[in-house]
Design a protein around this ligand. Structure first.
Ligand SMILES: Nc1nc2c(ncn2[C@@H]2O[C@H](COP(=O)(O)OP(=O)(O)OP(=O)(O)O)[C@@H](O)[C@H]2O)c(=O)[nH]1
Ligand SMILES: [Mg+2]
Length: 512
């Protein structure tokens, strides 16, 4: 699914939300059609490369170069930004509406923890700061001004009296265009909600073409809101809904049409990236590497863990929310010497507006095709239980097959921060990714699970050294040991091999 230096002390609860991830993007149907045609080893965010027995990591990108040009993506990314999405820095006043009753009440957390998270989100943006904050109760969160009359007046006075405020962050999922406009008018500064703030963070952290396009797509609803507000303003001056002479369209309709065209352009560019990956995959010979998806709440230590498991120096864990915005693949080895591919994924966050998740869910769709999911938890986090619930809800909504859901390995990370930590769940693996503690057990558990899910087996094969059998096994399976056979021309070879590869071996070399 990254951003500002994330202070551990001021930590908060990030986010994935239990919401269907199937998106409303107009190119969805095309995407689905393409998806059905894909091999079962597809990864939207990345293409993996096989380098003999030392496959490296790959962040996807270079191979798609000629398919969609940087300039084309940059144009879409830079051309139209929602208001307030420039490079400017803000001094932010945070307002957290505390809903005490009704459907919108949050049951698994507290207003204080949610405020901490809000502070963390703002601080994730470099050079942004929090000038003041307030938790204010409301019985009418659905109303335009969110608060009752008295509280709203008090809040407005407080904001206007606070020196240096350049923006207000209202810690709700999404403000309606009308609310946004009226709050901006009342407070005289830019107003952000979670959707726009998180998108802002995404925008600053986006590096790859796919991330940039996904962000541009997620920004479309903000552009629509802005348009609606602009037209409302123009109408007040008697302008927006008039027909443009000779066109039969109003200004609003023209701008809406342009936005729709932009949306389709972005969808088509995303589709081209996917098609290209599909093509590249089909061109490569299928390699039998098991795939392990590393998932979890943002900042729980996914990237740190993969770095520790693979020694991949290119990986850069950061004390930031949403440091990883793209799915990347990294090769490592299990105790039997079997090569395995670890997939680093975008972190989850609770109460993230579903349209945002929709845009990024494509990067998670392919997790469905992995052989194992490792769920990493920051066990030192005050909201660790809430985070687990969020992550599992999202996984359910991704329609992960039951075989994967039931074999998830839960990892309790950052145990170095909790003295003498003993997991209450005997099935969980306790580790410190940072200090590389507990990784051997994790690798053994991973291997055990993969052997089960892939049907791989350890076999001892009698190999004819005059034939290319041994070379083939080195390429297609994991050779663990080679011992002299009964004569000079044979060897006994211990391999880990899948049922499919063993079938191919027997057919190719006519072994019974
Ligand atoms: N103390 C401690 N810190 C850790 C451990 N593992 C990771 N961290 C720190 O936690 C922060 C986040 O680590 P990342 O690996 O970037 O987390 P992530 O889950 O990939 O985060 P996103 O990509 O933003 O979702 C970094 O500052 C890490 O150094 C650990 O075992 N102990
Ligand atoms: Mg990461």
């Amino acid at each position: 699914m990254g951003w500002l230096p994330w202070r551990r002390s001021s930590w908060t609860a990030p986010f994935i939300r239990s919401k269907s991830v199937h998106s409303v993007c107009p190119c969805d149907q095309t995407r689905r059609n393409i998806k059905w045609g894909l091999s079962n080893r597809s990864f939207s965010g990345s293409v993996y490369k096989h380098k003999s027995h030392n496959p490296g990591h790959d962040e996807g990108g270079e191979d798609e170069e000629d398919f969609i040009k940087d300039e084309e993506v940059e144009e879409l990314f830079q051309q139209q930004r929602p208001a307030g999405f420039g490079e400017e820095d803000h001094q932010v006043f945070i307002v957290h509406p505390d809903v005490k009753w009704g459907q919108k009440k949050q049951h698994l957390t507290t207003a204080e923890l949610q405020m901490k998270e809000a502070v963390g989100l703002v601080r994730t943006l470099q050079n942004w700061s929090v000038v003041d904050k307030i938790i204010l109760s409301t019985k009418t969160p659905e109303k335009k001004l969110i608060f009752g009359k008295g509280n709203f007046q008090m809040l407005t006075e407080k904001i206007r009296r606070t020196a240096g405020v350049s923006a207000v962050f209202v810690n709700v999922e999404r403000l309606s265009p009308v609310s946004e406009r009226e709050l901006q008018e009342a407070w005289g500064v830019k107003v952000f909600d979670r959707y726009s703030l998180v998108l802002h963070i995404f925008r600053r952290n986006a590096r790859t073409k796919e991330a940039k396009l996904q962000i541009s797509l997620a920004e479309i609803p903000l552009l629509r809101s802005r348009l609606r507000n602009e037209v409302a303003n123009l109408d007040q001056q008697g302008g927006g809904s008039r027909y443009i002479m000779g066109s039969g369209e109003t200004l609003y309709e023209v701008q809406q049409r342009l936005l729709k065209e932009r949306e389709l352009k972005i969808c088509s560019a995303l589709e081209r990236l996917r098609k290209k990956r599909h093509m590249l995959r089909s061109q490569r010979k299928h390699k039998d590497f098991p795939i392990v998806s590393i998932m979890g709440y943002t900042n729980c230590g996914k990237t740190t863990l993969i770095k520790a498991l693979t020694g991949d120096v290119a990986l850069q864990p950061k004390d930031q929310l949403f440091a990883t915005l793209d799915v990347t693949v990294h090769a490592g080895r299990l105790p039997s010497r079997m090569s395995v591919l670890y997939v680093d994924t975008i972190g989850f966050l609770s109460q993230l507006p579903h349209r945002l998740i929709d845009s990024f869910s494509a990067t998670l769709e392919d997790v469905v095709h992995s052989d194992l999911i490792v769920h990493v938890r920051d066990i030192s986090h005050p909201e660790t239980v809430n985070q687990k619930v969020n992550v599992l809800n999202v996984l359910k909504n991704l329609q992960i097959p039951e075989r994967l859901m039931s074999s998830i390995i839960e990892v309790h990370n950052k145990i170095d921060l909790l003295e003498g930590y003993v997991s209450p769940d005997p099935e969980a693996v306790s580790i410190s990714a940072l200090n590389e503690v507990g990784l051997d057990e994790l690798k053994h558990r991973t291997e055990e699970s993969i052997m089960k899910s892939t049907g791989k087996q350890t076999r001892i094969l009698k190999v004819d050294l005059k034939s290319p059998q041994l070379g083939w096994l080195y390429k297609e399976a994991t050779v663990q040991e080679v011992h002299d056979g009964d004569d000079d021309c044979t060897a006994n070879v211990k391999v880990v091999i899948s049922a499919a590869a063993y079938g191919r071996y027997r057919k190719l070399f006519q072994v019974t």
